[in-house]
Design a protein around this ligand. Structure first.
Ligand code: GCW
Length: 680
């Protein structure tokens, strides 16, 4: 047993006897049809499951002897035995029940090792969910080629925007490699993740040396091997000015031949240590990180130079579009931060090399509880794109508040950009189909740390799980993902399942209600971004203003205002442009609205603001009561941890309610129609 940490949805607890009876025979023997190293990871996992959940020892055999056997292999070999489905993309697999010489076999077939690992985890998941193998007939192909986790971990062991303890990868400027590293790889592979960036996009201090110092490269090569066994590639964030820090050049100009050569040499060195290294993630010309603009060059110049260096080794450059003026004067009403990513990158569409990918945050600002989908997704037709989501809850309650993001992410993926007419969904852009792109996908900023439950809040594990499942298949129903996650994590008790599902599915809305509804955003305390502060960012340099006065609030981003709506394709540009047709969830993102403006409900904006804040808190009260009813039905340690967080959440939700309502009351002098307590 392991006391330091739990295994989230991979905790293979002993199954009840009748379930063991259903599955045990299957897990008594496995017959591989592949080279030993190709099936080693998969077999280890099957054996672990057989031992821990079924109490049986799985034997690996050369021929099918038992009446029931699991066969696993590469499809070229399996096709000699029976018909196999056509699989193309990396990681694809099939599961099928086949009769072979009168024996029942469950076949796990794939074209590569990653597919065998994914197929194995799928078999185990289905066994744990209680599915029978007799009629198994499954073919799965990951929708997105790149399914990535981005860690914002620093070498000193701290984690930028991390709320789950210290880094699992670094401490005191050293790389950590232990049993937990492998268990992390297992967790990620079990949901199909195939890439991990282990260091923060803000590459400072010692982190600059990760790509150069042999001490680091040796450690990273071991780390990459552990991850590689699970089909996961290692990526690193790099500092664009590395040649100045490491090569002692006076410039990092991407068009300077000496700089180009330096990066090429560096790439060769990196790949000599890590042969299947994935590539670089770059935050350039963004929030004080150096980039090509420093040297009078474009983002395309910068990204292409790095891409050329990695290209011979099959590496990619993932270049973030999170570029805006972070030194804005609050008196400047012409600059609109929401427009920045599009303005910076749309003109460069078509100029990037094939192994460059632009990574864009889901919304035009910065991971607020609600924002419209960034117009950039529909705008870049000749550029590879990755959708960046924030699993870590920077602006969504920092893992103290329950805020399950699955339903919101699903809305983002299902957003129709109309870039190529109806059906040009974000999910079809980042899976490569709308614009026929090769490298694309999803990246999630990690919410993982060294806490025993990995994610601080036990229920925040669901965010990590869901992110990965959606990257694998964005068409999957969130309800199904949630059901699976709850059962795998908490077991099959119906009341437990229904209660947790209800809490998860309603939590994002609740958080939105008691914080900043209608797409307003940003009423947080500066720097740490936790807790209410209605004017926390009002007179700052960050371009995030609502400019509330006694009559109205928010920025007019319509064609009559900053013109942000014009970055969208029709019909969105017209829909967002008019206060009458704009979805109310986003009203204050797009429009400056008077407090007495009537919403579709007939209520004024102000009254709705008050109502939502009261409602949000009531929902948290309800979550807390619902959780308390589960006492005794849930592992006591987990029960208590979640109870503590919900209790704090309720206190902090009240604080949000009272601060925001009071702010609006003091601005307007208009009381709540229902006479509830607001502070004069
Ligand atoms: O939201 C902001 C965060 C920064 C982060 C930045 C980014 C890693 O507050 O902490 O830096 O976004 O995404 O680069």
């Amino acid at each position: 047993m392991n006391n330091e940490y739990e295994l989230c949805w991979l905790e293979y607890r002993r199954l009840p006897d009748w379930e063991i009876a259903c599955h045990r025979e299957w897990f008594k023997s496995a017959v591989p049809f592949a080279q030993p190293w190709e099936v080693e990871t998969a077999l280890t996992e099957l054996k672990t499951f057989a031992r821990d959940a079924l109490g049986t020892k799985m034997l690996v055999e050369n021929t099918i002897q038992n009446q029931r056997t699991i066969i696993l292999g590469k499809i070229d070999k399996l096709s000699e035995l029976f018909d196999v489905p056509k699989l193309e993309r990396e990681g694809s697999f099939f599961l099928a029940h086949r009769k072979l010489s009168g024996k029942d076999t469950l076949v796990i077939g794939a074209i590569d090792t990653a597919g065998l690992v994914y197929g194995t985890f799928e078999v185990i998941k289905r066994a744990r969910l209680g599915e029978s193998f007799e009629k198994m007939n499954v073919v799965q192909t990951p929708a997105m080629p790149l399914r990535m986790i981005n860690h914002w971990d620093n070498l000193d062991g701290s984690v930028e925007r991390g709320y789950s303890g210290r880094s699992i990868f670094f401490e005191k400027d050293r790389v950590i490699l232990n049993r937990r590293t492998r268990d992390y790889a297992r967790l990620l592979a079990s949901v199909g993740i195939n890439g991990v960036v282990i260091n923060n996009v803000n590459v400072r201090g010692k982190a600059v040396q990760l790509i150069d110092d042999e001490k680091y490269l040796k450690a990273l090569s071991k780390l990459a091997e552990v991850f590689g066994n699970y089909g996961i590639k290692l990526y690193l964030s790099v500092n664009f000015a590395s040649p100045m820090y490491l090569g002692k050049f006076e410039t990092a100009d991407p068009l300077d031949d000496r700089i180009k050569k330096w990066w090429k040499d560096q790439a060769r060195k990196l790949y000599s240590f890590i042969p299947d290294f994935g590539g670089f993630l770059v935050k350039a010309d963004s929030e004080f990180n150096p980039g090509p603009h420093y040297f009078g060059r474009t983002h395309a110049d910068g990204a292409n130079m790095l891409a050329e260096a990695l290209e011979p080794f099959g590496g990619v450059v993932i270049w973030r579009t999170f570029v805006y003026n972070c030194l804005q004067d609050w008196r400047d009403y012409n600059t609109d931060r929401a427009k920045a990513a599009y303005e910076n990158f749309k003109p460069l569409d078509g100029q990037f090399r094939d192994n460059v990918i632009l990574q864009t945050k889901f919304g035009p600002m910065d991971f607020q509880v609600r924002e419209p989908v960034s117009p950039l997704f529909g705008a870049l037709e000749r550029t590879n794109q990755i959708l960046e989501l924030q699993i870590t809850q920077e602006y969504t309650g920092q893992q103290i508040h329950l805020c399950y993001l699955g339903p919101f992410w699903k809305e983002i993926l299902d957003f129709d950009t109309f870039a190529r007419g109806r059906g040009s969904f974000v999910k079809r852009i980042v899976d490569g189909t709308v614009f026929n792109r090769k490298y694309c996908g999803m990246a999630g900023v990690s919410n993982v740390g060294r806490d025993p439950n990995w994610t601080g809040h036990d229920l925040a594990q669901a965010n990590l799980y869901t992110f990965a499942r959606l990257a694998w298949n964005p068409d999957e129903l969130v309800e199904k993902i949630v059901d699976d996650w709850i059962t795998l994590t908490f077991g099959k008790d119906e009341e437990v399942k229904a209660t947790i599902k209800h809490m998860l599915m309603n939590s994002h809305r609740a958080y939105e209600k008691y914080t900043t509804p209608f797409g307003l955003g940003w009423m947080v305390n500066p720097n740490h971004h936790y807790g209410p502060n209605p004017e926390g960012y009002e007179y700052s340099k960050w371009g995030t203003y609502h400019r509330a006065n006694h009559e109205a609030i928010a920025v007019d981003r319509s064609s009559k205002g900053t013109g942000f709506t014009l970055q969208y394709h029709s019909p969105w540009r017209e829909i967002f442009d008019s206060i009458e047709t704009c979805p109310e969830d986003l009203l204050l993102f797009f429009h400056r609205v008077r407090y007495d403006h009537k919403l579709r409900s007939g209520k004024t904006l102000l009254q709705s603001m008050y109502d939502l804040h009261f409602e949000g808190v009531e929902q948290v009260e309800e979550f807390l009561k619902a959780w308390q009813r589960l006492e005794g039905k849930i592992d006591p340690v987990k029960y208590k941890r979640v109870l503590e967080r919900l209790t704090v959440q309720l206190e902090h939700a009240k604080e949000w309610r009272d601060v925001v309502n009071t702010y609006f009351y003091r601005k307007t002098g208009i009381s709540d129609e229902r006479g509830r307590k607001i502070y004069p």
